[in-house]
Design a protein around this ligand. Structure first.
Ligand code: SAM
Length: 271
């Protein structure tokens, strides 16, 4: 089994996505789209951005490597009566069956960054987007203490065996020079790429930071793997303590809920 697919089919990312819906909607609004237009949401999960994109009237295809998330997305689309939204399985490294220049806009919010071959991913996103269109990525930023998921993954990785040789960290998608190099190889000059820091909120008014960490522990593949490794090395308590300290320190909610502002890099590529 493809380890990239196995990681994201492990657990149930819909439980994490439930903590991200508000920012997903806000991000989509900020794209300033005017239908009719065709949008690809790559690494779409169960539709945190694909659903609001379709609600705004776009025709949306969500592509994701995880079958359970594609199924969950199609259920959400059906429940919402969004006939112009379809989810399908696919790999951002090789978008087989997707024609060149199919989309006005390709969006990938914390999605394509997790595919293992970043140069292929950049090439594919450019290939399937129309000339005159846009690619918009949201990427976590390495070594930024305010980039919540980057910190969560850093802590998780410190309890997990090292990745196989040749593994390219997804976090490299949060570094300007890598982004320019990858899109450059796909034929996009640097002046067509803009990168700004933005904020995505994780949380819920009625769930504590401890509850949030418990959700990652039970349902988020990378954190599940870290706890499995920590169990073997007898370090579960230490891992839990570090994650909880981080979530408590970053949550700005004072009323028993959780609200974690997480900095990310918003990349816009104009084609
Ligand atoms: C952190 S989740 C983000 C999901 C969604 N964009 C959201 O904001 O809720 C990462 C997503 O990328 C997907 N993914 C990881 N590697 C992928 C690949 N090679 N091709 C397509 N999707 C991939 C995962 O299955 C998962 O749904």
């Amino acid at each position: 089994m493809n380890p990239n697919k196995a990681l994201w089919e492990k657990g149930d990312f819909t439980q994490i996505a439930a903590l991200m819906r508000q920012s997903g909607e806000a991000l989509v609004k900020s794209l300033g789209i005017t239908p009719p237009l065709r949008v690809l949401d790559l690494g779409c999960g169960d539709g945190t951005t694909a659903v609001p994109l379709a609600r705004l009237g776009a025709e949306v295809v969500g592509i994701d490597i995880a079958k359970n998330l594609v199924d969950a997305g199609n259920r959400r689309a059906a429940e919402a009566g969004l006939n112009q939204l379809k989810f399908q399985e696919g790999d951002a490294c090789s978008l087989q069956g997707v024609n060149d220049h199919s989309f006005d806009l390709t969006v990938s919010i914390f999605g394509a960054m997790f595919a293992p071959k970043p140069f292929d991913v950049a090439r594919e996103m450019v290939r399937v987007t129309k000339p005159g269109g846009r690619v918009v990525m949201g990427n976590w930023i390495p070594n930024d203490p305010t980039s919540f998921v980057s910190q969560l993954l850093k802590i998780s990785a410190s309890f997990t065996p090292p990745p196989p040789e040749g593994f390219i960290s997804p976090m490299t998608w949060g570094v300007d020079a890598h982004i320019v190099e990858r899109f450059g190889k796909a034929g996009v000059p640097p002046e067509k790429i803009s990168m700004v820091k933005d904020t995505f909120y994780f949380g819920s008014p009625d769930r504590s930071p401890a509850d949030l960490i418990e959700t990652f522990r039970r349902f988020y593949g990378p954190t599940m793997n870290a706890f499995e490794a920590a169990e073997k090395s007898g370090k579960v308590e230490e891992l839990h303590k570090q994650l909880l300290e981080m979530a408590n320190a970053q949550s700005t909610s004072a009323d028993g809920g959780t609200s974690i502002p997480a900095t990310f890099l918003r990349v816009t590529v104009s084609l």
